[in-house]
Write a protein that binds this ligand. Structure first.
Ligand SMILES: [Cu+2]
Length: 128
């Protein structure tokens, strides 16, 4: 008699166990679906960061825009980018660099190519 009496309990447990496993499985699938969306963005940002090479330019500061965050530099050739000497504007995201930048100063800057909301920009990462 005893083994037969236990059987309905085992059945009930196994049924509820299946139900839990199914709801758990559905939750996992939902979470995977939600995880998928941010992943490509993460890959893109880390990918572009990994690709961003640092270039160095030496030149004379021609203009500054501390509000906009930019410096115009008459710089010499940049071999890593096959650039000739030119005058151009770089983005200065970190305002601390303006401490070292003044019109007429000869400086050496490190910069990277970055994708911004305004398009591709050359962003100063170091000033010497
Ligand atoms: Cu240039």
């Amino acid at each position: 008699m005893k083994p037969i009496a236990i059987l309905p309990v085992i059945l009930a447990l196994s049924v509820s166990g299946v139900a839990l496993a199914q709801s758990g499985g559905a939750k996992n699938m939902d979470m995977k679906g939600m995880d998928m969306k941010p992943m490509p963005m993460d890959n893109m940002s880390s990918g572009s960061a990994a690709k961003a090479a640092v270039h160095t330019a030496t030149g004379v500061v021609k203009a500054l825009d501390t509000n906009k965050g930019s410096v115009t530099l008459a710089h010499g050739p940049v071999n890593t980018l096959n650039w000739p000497a030119m005058t151009m504007t770089f983005v200065v995201k970190d305002k601390k660099f303006f401490d070292k930048l003044a019109v007429g100063n000869k400086v050496s800057i490190d910069f990277t190519k970055q994708d911004t909301a305004q398009g591709t920009a050359y962003v100063v990462t170091s000033v010497k």
